[in-house]
Design a protein around this ligand. Structure first.
Ligand code: HEM
Length: 243
């Protein structure tokens, strides 16, 4: 594939055509789904580690949240990349499903027998519920449209009291139930997604592909436990709001 760029910086027509024809192919779409999925796995892991600071107390979590907010324009760049990945991941998956419905399957670089697990069979439904969960989550904790009064909550240092609003948010059993469902489906989706990623990108070394495939449900399980621990600890009163 030719990726040459013209001296004055505009991409060559052949480059654009090559990119379009790559995207039009089924394998090309699988690559795009895999690479955007990888970015999303990175975000989900980082977001979980950041959120787990809630167990260290109000100060570390609010400090971390204030640091993220303080990134200013960079935060918007990160959000732009994140939401672009979510959009491209979803649109490409839908296009791929339509394309595959009437096509003869193309061969992977590395073929591996993959049992059709429940996670594999429910990728579309789990993906749709995760999207609904994400929209609810953004309205709940980021935009705080559901509880506008949270916007006025601050700690002794004058920082936004993210610590207390998360705990109060999870004291509602309906919200907690929806989070647990969303996170469970996310982890099922991830478990199968990691396996598909390995196959799509054709990880040739069996020494890497096999243990990674075998480890994927455990990695997804760890992510589930990390995320689920916060609503569970909040509703059980282990974590207490300070507001
Ligand atoms: C127990 C589980 C979770 C907790 C406690 C939590 C907490 C939070 C909080 C407090 C924010 C707002 C940050 C701020 O604006 O200061 C946030 C934003 C966000 N969360 Fe979560 N989250 C959880 C699970 C998830 C999951 C599973 C996903 C992915 C599917 C996710 C994706 C996001 C996204 C995309 C944002 C917006 C980031 C931004 O634009 O600033 N969260 N989360």
């Amino acid at each position: 594939m030719c990726y040459s760029v013209r001296p004055y910086g505009r991409p060559d027509v052949t480059t654009v055509k090559a990119i379009i024809s790559f995207y039009q192919s089924s394998i090309g779409k699988k690559w795009i789904v895999a690479l955007t999925g990888l970015v999303l796995v990175g975000f989900v892991t980082g977001h979980m580690i950041g959120n787990l600071q809630i167990f260290l107390g109000q100060e570390p979590l609010n400090k971390y949240a204030a640091f993220l907010q303080g990134l200013g324009e960079l935060l918007w760049v990160i959000r732009g990349v994140l939401f672009a990945c979510i959009g491209v991941h979803i649109v490409t998956t839908v296009l791929l499903t339509i394309q595959n419905a009437g096509a003869t399957p193309q061969k992977y670089a590395v073929t591996q027998s993959q049992a059709a697990t429940i996670a594999a069979k429910t990728m579309a439904i789990s993906g749709t519920i995760i999207l609904a969960f994400l929209i609810f989550h953004l309205l709940h904790f980021t935009a705080q449209t559901i509880h506008p009064e949270w916007q006025g909550w601050h700690d002794a240092e004058g920082r936004h009291d993210v610590y207390s609003l998360v705990i109060v948010g999870f004291q509602n059993p309906l919200a907690t139930g929806f989070y647990l469902l969303g996170v469970f489906l996310l982890c099922m989706h991830l478990s199968h997604g990691i396996q598909s990623f390995i196959q799509t990108l054709g990880v040739r070394s069996r020494k890497i592909a096999e243990p990674l495939t075998a480890a994927s449900p455990y990695l997804a399980g760890l992510i589930f436990l990390g995320y689920a621990s916060i609503p569970v600890a909040s509703i059980l009163g282990i974590l207490k709001p300070l507001h």
